[in-house]
Design a protein around this ligand. Structure first.
Ligand SMILES: [Zn+2]
Length: 167
C-alpha cells in the first residue's frame, strides 16, 4: 500500500491546477488501487445538476467539491505553518507523519482522537445490536399480524354463510 501523506482534517495547500495557491481543509481521502485523491474544502468546485427524485425535492444545480490528486497538495504543518512534503517516521513504535522543516509530529491530534474512535465503533456495535433486536421484534410482530389477518380472513366466509342462513 502506498504511504498516505494526507489525512482527513489536514489543512493543505494546493500547488497546481486551477485552484493553485488555495488553502483548505481535507474533507475526504479517496484511496484507489494505485492513486489517492483528496477532497479539499472549497477547492475544485464543480456544478452538478441534481434532479428531483420525489415531488418534495427540487431540481437544482449544486456546487460541490470534486476530488483532486493527492500529489497536487502539500500538508501545511500546524506548528511552523509551512507547506511541507511529509516525512514518515516511527516514534515510540508508531508510524507517524513528521514535518521535515521543524520536526513536529503531524499526527499528534490523531493519536489523541484514536481513543474517541474506538468509543465510536463500540457505540456503533451497540447500535447495531439494538437495531438487530428491534428487527427481530418487528418481524415477530409482523408475523403475529399476518396470523391475525389470516384467521380473520378464514373466519369471514363462515360469518357470511351463517348470516345468509339467517336471512
Ligand atoms: Zn513544521
Amino acid at each position: 500500500m502506498t504511504k498516505v501523506s494526507v489525512k482527513t482534517g489536514d489543512t493543505v495547500l494546493v500547488n497546481s491546477g486551477k485552484d493553485s495557491g488555495k488553502i483548505g481543509k481535507v474533507l475526504a481521502v479517496k484511496k484507489n488501487k494505485d492513486h489517492v485523491r483528496v477532497v479539499v474544502e472549497g477547492v475544485n468546485m464543480v456544478t452538478k445538476a441534481k434532479r428531483a427524485r420525489t415531488a418534495q425535492e427540487k431540481s437544482e444545480l449544486v456546487k460541490q467539491e470534486a476530488a483532486i490528486d493527492v500529489s497536487n497538495v502539500n500538508v501545511i504543518c500546524s506548528k511552523c505553518d509551512r507547506a511541507v512534503r511529509v516525512k514518515h517516521a516511527v516514534v515510540d513504535g508508531k508510524k507517524v507523519r513528521v514535518c521535515p522543516k521543524c520536526g513536529a509530529t503531524l499526527d499528534a491530534k490523531y493519536v489523541k482522537s484514536a481513543g474517541k474512535k474506538a468509543e465510536k465503533t463500540e457505540d456503533k456495535k451497540a447500535a447495531k445490536a439494538a437495531a438487530k433486536a428491534e428487527k427481530k421484534s418487528k418481524t415477530t410482530k409482523a408475523d403475529q399480524e399476518k396470523k391475525a389477518t389470516k384467521t380473520a380472513t378464514q373466519k369471514k366466509p363462515t360469518t357470511t354463510r351463517s348470516s345468509q342462513r339467517g336471512v
